[in-house]
Design a protein around this ligand. Sequence first.
Ligand code: HEC
Ligand code: HEC
Ligand code: HEC
Ligand code: HEC
Ligand code: HEC
Ligand code: HEC
Length: 419
Amino acid sequence: MIIRQITKTILLSTIILFSAIYSNKSSAQDGKALFNTYCAACHKMDKDLTGPALMGSEERWGNDRKKLVAWVKNSANVIASGDKYANEIFAKWNKLPMTPFESMLKDAEINAVLDYIKDWKPASAPVATTDNAVKTAPDKNTLYLGIITLALALAALILLFVKRNLKKLSNETLGIQAATPIPFWKNKSYITLVVLLLFISGGYMVTKGAIDLGRNKDYQPVQPIFYSHKVHAGVNQISCLYCHGGAEKGKHANIPSVNVCMNCHKSITEYSGEQLYDGNGKKVDGTAEIKKLHKYAGFDVNNANAWNPNDAKQIEWVKIHNLPDHVYFNHNQHVEVGKVQCQTCHGDIPKMDEVKQFSDLSMGWCVNCHRETKVQFKDNGFYSIYEKYHKELKNGKLDSTKGITVEKIGGTECQKCHY
Ligand code: HEC
Ligand code: HEC
Ligand code: HEC
Ligand code: HEC
Ligand code: HEC
Ligand code: HEC
């Protein structure tokens, strides 16, 4: 009797735990993703950026969700309507208009973002320590949840067995032939079914969580020098290939050496551009960062002519992108032959002060693109070996509007990507 009670309690609490997690997870996740995509460029939760810190904004708007939605859709309308608070913050932020999102986000999506903002708590913010820390760690919750679920399911199963054997034992000693109909929640087939389901979903979460452990989408480590891609590739329009020339020529894109930096920074010794901020919204002194570079280079501004490039120490940049060793990836094949833009895989680097990993680098990511992307066949000597396709294209056997995807030339065969 006691054992049956325990079994039931465990089963019930697992189911409740489960549904609770599932019901609030999806929308919170969506809200976060949407926030990062559309709002994070100007807003942080706990610090002013281009726009105000958003923590507690719902209360500042008198918990008027309708008005907030209208604001996100088009703030100019709310300001024009004469709303007092809207005009106050607009004035406070020097009449800097916020992007209207009415054409980009559906109402439900705006609400998901606002829910995410409302529920956000400082404690859940990723911890940033100073030294090369991972600012955004991969989400390990799924893994833990999976493990808990599996453990609970196992406990329930063991108890079921114990119970069955005990019952059998007592029935045998008493000589009872049990025959009363059993209500369905006590029926072992149902219970077993539930346990089985728990096993499957627990196993799924463990696997998924474990796979994600090795992945680092959004990984953005603190670098030894605050080197801004926005300043270099964005504002000053320096070509990616000036520093990452390897991307065109070979497998690796390469990180430039100190001496490449010094081509310019022998003469550019101060930073006078727009104020820079780090990921935590703290001011960064560009000139001090250039001084750090000079220290690595062993360069003395007051004695520039005495500089010897051989004195330079390499900067220990923290590597951001890291495919596992069993995967073969070649930049040249994509950049030069495939004509894929850096941005497609790395995101809008010219707008990033600090680089972060834009794609998850999963196998699905590679394969999906190979299924969808057409190869540049025309006038591309590399593909002359694919005479067959050229012929089929010519005699109309292949639909030229669909073109030839990377998959067609074998881009989804295992050995193409795996050693
Ligand atoms: C281009 C920059 C920019 C983007 C992108 C942006 N905002 Fe704003 N936001 C602002 C500015 C600036 C203000 C201050 C009011 C003003 O000047 O218009 C503001 C104000 C707000 C406020 C009022 C804050 C308060 O303290 O009451 C909310 C809420 C808000 N934004 C939500 C969002 C959401 C949600 C998104 C993404 C869907 C977003 N913003 C995207 C610039 C931006
Ligand atoms: C003036 C030199 C310079 C230019 C120009 C430049 N980069 Fe970089 N890039 C660096 C340095 C230095 C690093 C290493 C530090 C870091 O990650 O910020 C780096 C890092 C990167 C990384 C991350 C590498 C890793 O560790 O996985 C990517 C991706 C990248 N750059 C892409 C680009 C793209 C795309 C462009 C053009 C839009 C570009 N870079 C322009 C110097 C440059
Ligand atoms: C098809 C997707 C794709 C394109 C296009 C692409 N990259 Fe990469 N990039 C990657 C992947 C994947 C890695 C990780 C490679 C690894 O870990 O071996 C990477 C790594 C890097 C690195 C780190 C150093 C290295 O080689 O491992 C830099 C820097 C970089 N890319 C810059 C660039 C630049 C600049 C361009 C454009 C000229 C570019 N990438 C185009 C996918 C791409
Ligand atoms: C082609 C020329 C060029 C090269 C190469 C170059 N820089 Fe710069 N760098 C600039 C310019 C231009 C500025 C902006 C100066 C200003 O606005 O006052 C700048 C600004 C900076 C700053 C201050 C702003 C910031 O990003 O924090 C740092 C630090 C810096 N560079 C580091 C580097 C490093 C490290 C390298 C090598 C990986 C490098 N630079 C390569 C031209 C270059
Ligand atoms: C944005 C689209 C895109 C992504 C993402 C992408 N690729 Fe590719 N890939 C291409 C294109 C386009 C080609 C065709 C160029 C060629 O034939 O060499 C190609 C070709 C290849 C080839 C040569 C295939 C052949 O038959 O010659 C390999 C290997 C490859 N990719 C590996 C990878 C790996 C590994 C990843 C993930 C880490 C990846 N790719 C991600 C677009 C992509
Ligand atoms: C277009 C490139 C590409 C092709 C084709 C490809 N893989 Fe992968 N594979 C990858 C990448 C990238 C990873 C690393 C994923 C990660 O780190 O999460 C990977 C990881 C794996 C893993 C390790 C498990 C994991 O998720 O990390 C296995 C096993 C695997 N691949 C098997 C295969 C098999 C079998 C095939 C053929 C049916 C295949 N792959 C075809 C790119 C490819």
